[in-house]
Structure formats: C-alpha cells, structure tokens
Design a protein. Structure first.
Ligand SMILES: Cc1cc2nc3c(=O)[nH]c(=O)nc-3n(C[C@H](O)[C@H](O)[C@H](O)COP(=O)(O)O)c2cc1C
Length: 172
C-alpha cells in the first residue's frame, strides 16, 4: 500500500513529528511505501477560491507552488495520514492550507483509508479537528477511518505513544 503522511507541524523534531516517525517506522517495516511530507515546510498557499480548477482546467490548480508536487502523491495514495499540532482547538493553518487545496482534485478516488494524528498541550481539545476530519475527509471522500491518535502534555514524545503509533503502522 502507498501511504502519504501530511504533517502540518512546523517543528521537524516536535511532538507531532515524533508520532509520525514512529508510525512511518512501523508502516515501512510492514512493507508499505510511505511518503512523509512536512507541509509546514513547503510553499503551500491557501486556496484562492478562484474556481480555475472547476471552470477552466478540470482538476488543475492555477497556483504553481509546492502543492503541485503533492497532487500526484495524494492521487496515487491508498492511504493518507493527517498529522498536526492542535492550534486554537483545530488543525494547524499549514495543514489546513494543504487540505483546502485538495479542492482542485476533489475526491482522490484511489484513497481507501485515512488516519489522524494530533499533538496538543492539553487534553480534551480535539473536538473541532475530529469533526472536520470526519466531515471533510472521512465522509466526503467516502473512506475508512483507520484510527485517530492523540498525545497531550506528558504523553508527547513518550515511549508509550511511540509504541502506539509504531504498532498502528505495523498493523496496516
Ligand atoms: C499557536 C498555537 C496554538 C495552540 N493552541 C493550542 C490549543 O488550542 N490547545 C492545546 O491543548 N494546545 C495548544 N497549543 C500547544 C500545541 O498543540 C502543543 O505544544 C503541541 O504539542 C505542539 O506540537 P509540535 O511539537 O508538533 O509543534 C498551541 C500552540 C501554538 C504554538
């Protein structure tokens, strides 16, 4: 299976990336091909809502930034994993920008399952992000939710969380 991870944390060695790395290790050990992309370190602008992708050139975004390289990755993926720190009770703006830009390709028909990984300072802050994930991704794309993983406070960068994410990747 081809798995694409979209990591929206600006911290390459932060808590979100720590969970992502453990997941990738497990998934690769299970024999999957994994492309892990830190979208926070890419040049990805917000959707301009120009409708070029729907009215001018079907499926083509007119913004020629780093999202162009991500479109074929997402379109060829069997699974997409969304990873983000919680910022103001929701996903980071960097991950949001990448999600909004999928408007150009609409529903990536090859994707069969998705997962969500989130890191936060406090517990019980995931509601808005999970609601968006279910409504905008799981239900809209019509895919299976393979799992939602969270770490807050002392759980961040803990061996326990690394193990949980590794096992998840290994189980796929
Ligand atoms: C702009 C900003 C907003 C944040 N908002 C929240 C929040 O609403 N709830 C929360 O529990 N933590 C919040 N945090 C804390 C981060 O979610 C937390 O530190 C997380 O572990 C960072 O992950 P990272 O190391 O991958 O960047 C916020 C941090 C920043 C920088």
């Amino acid at each position: 299976m081809k798995i694409v991870v979209l990591n929206g944390s600006p911290h390459l060695n932060g808590a979100t990336s720590d969970m992502v790395n453990a997941f990738v290790r497990g998934a690769e050990e299970a024999g999957h091909e994994v492309a892990s992309v830190n979208v926070a370190h890419k040049n990805i602008h917000g959707c301009m809502g120009c409708e070029y992708c729907r009215e001018k050139e079907q499926g083509v975004c007119c913004q020629k930034d780093d999202m162009q390289a991500l479109y074929p990755e997402i379109l060829s993926a069997d699974m997409v994993v969304f990873a983000s720190p919680i910022y103001y009770f929701t996903l980071s703006a960097q991950l949001q920008a990448a999600i909004h830009r999928t408007y150009a390709i609409d529903i990536p028909r090859n994707v069969k399952k998705v997962a969500l990984i989130m890191s936060s300072g406090s517990p019980f802050v995931y509601g808005p992000a999970i609601a968006q994930y279910y409504q905008s991704i799981v239900e809209y794309w019509g895919v299976e939710n393979a799992g939602i993983f969270t770490a807050n406070g002392k759980q961040n960068r803990s061996e326990e969380k690394r193990e949980e994410l590794y096992r998840f990747g290994r189980s796929l």
